[in-house]
Design a protein around this ligand. Structure first.
Ligand SMILES: [Zn+2]
Ligand SMILES: [Zn+2]
Length: 165
């Protein structure tokens, strides 16, 4: 089997993927606005797999669909392993995820059978994005079901690296 390049229908020679350490993006290819915050970033965009929403532009990497997120949302998407508010598309950072998990733990502890349903709202927890208002509750499943599913292309990772991987 010949290895197939994913849908690259431009007539020009493909620039080979050299690891370039520029942080100021490549304006030649439009990757669209961030699917989370809708900002059109001219900086580096990050691939986000397992994006839970229909997107205006869906790309493909070896058969795996992904969307582009801006640098900020993409980093958070990676660190929270894909925890996204289904109301406002706010992507959790690691801290928020940890906090949400604590609330879920608390719910479990308060129950005789220790069971919480994935469809339940997380008690006492509301979505509080940094950049826009939401204030809606999160479902337990948004935090728990996404564990380790999300993957992100971290080709241009930066100083903001996690303490534990
Ligand atoms: Zn964004
Ligand atoms: Zn929200």
């Amino acid at each position: 089997m010949k290895s197939q390049q994913p849908a690259k229908q431009r007539g020009r020679k493909p620039l080979q993927h050299t690891t370039r350490h520029t942080s100021s993006g490549r304006p030649s290819r439009v990757k669209g606005p961030c699917q989370a915050c809708h900002e059109t970033s001219d900086g580096c965009m990050r691939k986000a797999f397992d994006w839970p929403f229909p997107a205006s532009q869906i790309f493909n990497d070896k058969g795996k669909p992904f969307v582009y997120l801006c640098n900020k949302c993409g980093l958070r998407y990676n660190k929270s392993a894909g925890c996204v508010c289904r109301h406002c598309r706010w992507v959790f950072c690691k801290e928020e995820k940890r906090k949400a998990m604590q609330f879920i733990d608390k719910m479990r502890r308060n129950r005789p059978d220790g069971h919480v349903d994935m469809d339940e709202d997380i008690e006492d927890f509301v979505c509080s994005p940094k950049y826009w208002p939401c204030g809606r509750p999160w479902k337990v499943g948004w935090v728990l079901l996404n564990n380790n599913q999300a993957q992100l292309d971290l080709e241009e990772d930066d100083h903001d690296s996690p303490a534990s991987m």
